[in-house]
Ligand binder design. Structure first.
Ligand SMILES: [Zn+2]
Ligand SMILES: [Zn+2]
Length: 474
């Protein structure tokens, strides 16, 4: 019995990865923007007698102090900033924001200095390369891509070309008003505001969004990622012969369109607990796929009874995210009620996956086996009872040694009860520590488990079946 898979969670939290990526991206861009211009020590001793002097390697032109000074505003108008950027780095309060705010600053500046309007304005704003003109289109595209998808919250990530971020930063820090918002943050904010005009019911969040949107400022490509939803529950597996999760076909490994031996399904077993539970959920939430995360797993030929085994079902790309759990539970429990049933469903967060996978708990089992030349019932009963409360030495079983490191573990048998003897067949129930190999406790795995039922009754033991009666967790 391979209990409590100790394999490390291989699917490193996608969500966390996204956060890392999104934050690293922001962080990297910001640290880049904030990186001080390198000090040039060779100019320390120089005398200055002109209008310019060196300050941290860059010259400050006293003819154009930074915004919000009128000369500063005049300067950034001369270099051709767009209205949006003028408002952003102008450092002056205006009645309206964005383009309109910039336009009123420009008008003010023209009234102070009529010659300003004669400067030829370059086609592209040197600060944003006219990025802000595309905000409306981007919002349209986000909404278009999410057609038919239900969501309440969104998180936005922006990819800004490095050279644009750098040149914007150097102009803004030199000529812009102190504390004006960098391009990336302003661009993100502009898209958010535009989205909120169109969809006032949604919220922009910093964690656990329903949708993650990435906008590439260079190509204006919009990518949307519908985040998965998670349902916690417990399952009972009422029959033998069903694996917990999908098993790819041994011949074709589930690649392509499958093969003859799997009849094109790509699966070694047609049914799994994962799909009996996941298929109706996938259908109800109009999702693309599911992942199944169990609190350990039972072997294919082992049933899982009692209150069931805790699990988390991850539902990917759901178009619907707010279905009633009672409806979902009803659909699962009518899918294949003779084989798999669920209870205690609740919505949960991604972090519940690792909690469920890492939890180690005691379990109760019933096991039945066969022996040759049975001794007296009294001898059998006493021998089996002698194992109650002992600590086993279990070497990694032969049947799993190809995928587990060989080591000897100590596992406690907490209690033994309900010994039943029917001719040469014997059955008993036990409660034991997480990770105990129960079949091996009975047949000894060629002496790798000591002591064992085989060693205490001195007969070969052939295991007939095993049931998990209870998982003492949650
Ligand atoms: Zn601009
Ligand atoms: Zn196949």
């Amino acid at each position: 019995m391979q209990e409590d898979s100790s394999e490390k969670t291989s699917d490193k939290s996608e969500e966390d990865d996204w956060h890392l990526y999104a934050n690293a991206d922001y962080g990297a861009a910001e640290s880049l923007e904030k990186e001080p211009v390198k000090e040039d020590n060779t100019v320390d001793e120089e005398w200055f007698d002109g209008d310019d002097f060196y300050h941290e390697g860059s010259s400050i032109d006293w003819e154009s102090p930074p915004c919000p000074a009128p000369l500063g505003i005049a300067h950034v108008i001369k270099i051709g900033v767009c209205d949006h950027c003028l408002h952003r780095i102008g450092g002056r309060r205006t009645e309206s924001l964005g383009f309109e705010g910039g336009a009123s600053l420009r008008k003010e500046a023209f009234s102070r200095d009529s010659e300003l309007s004669n400067f030829e304005v370059p086609e592209l704003c040197p600060l944003c390369e006219n990025l802000f003109d595309d905000v409306g289109n981007i919002a349209d595209r986000i909404i278009e891509t999410l057609e038919g998808v239900q969501f309440k919250s969104m998180q936005l990530g922006i990819h800004l070309p490095k050279d644009l971020a750098q040149s914007e930063d150097s102009i803004r820090t030199k000529h812009g008003s102190q504390g004006s918002k960098p391009l990336k943050a302003s661009f993100a904010l502009a898209i958010q505001s535009e989205m909120l005009i169109r969809m006032p019911e949604i919220a922009f969040v910093k964690e656990y969004p329903d949708i993650m949107v990435t906008v590439d400022a260079l190509t204006l490509r919009v990518d949307t990622d519908v985040r998965p939803v998670f349902i916690y529950g417990r399952y009972e597996k009422l029959v033998r012969g069903i694996p917990q999760t999908r098993w790819p076909c041994r011949s074709c490994r589930g690649r392509g369109d499958g093969c003859e031996s799997c009849e094109g399904t790509g699966l070694q077993y047609r049914e799994s607990v994962q799909d009996i539970i996941g298929d109706p959920v996938k259908e109800t939430l109009i999702a693309s796929d599911t992942s199944f995360h169990g609190m350990g797993r039972e072997d294919i030929d082992v049933r899982c009874l009692g209150s069931g085994r805790p699990f988390v079902l991850e539902i990917k790309n759901p178009k619907i995210r707010n279905e009633e759990l009672s409806v979902i539970e009803g659909k699962i429990n009518s899918n294949n009620p003779d084989k798999v049933r669920v209870n205690s469903l609740r919505w949960c967060q991604k972090k519940e996956v690792s909690r469920v996978k890492e939890t180690r708990s005691e379990k109760s089992y019933t096991i039945r086996f066969k022996i040759e030349n049975p001794p007296s019932e009294k001898e059998i009963t006493e021998a089996i009872h002698s194992l109650s409360g002992i600590i086993l030495d279990q070497e990694t079983p032969k049947r799993v040694s190809h995928r587990r490191a060989a080591k000897t573990r100590k596992r406690k048998i907490t209690s033994i009860a309900d010994i039943l003897i029917e001719g040469s067949e014997i059955q008993f129930s036990l409660r034991c520590e997480a990770g105990t190999y129960v079949k091996e406790l009975v047949h000894s795995d060629e002496g790798r488990t000591t002591p064992s039922v085989k060693s205490v009754i001195d007969r070969e033991c052939e295991v007939l079946w095993l049931d998990v009666n209870e998982i003492h967790a949650d």
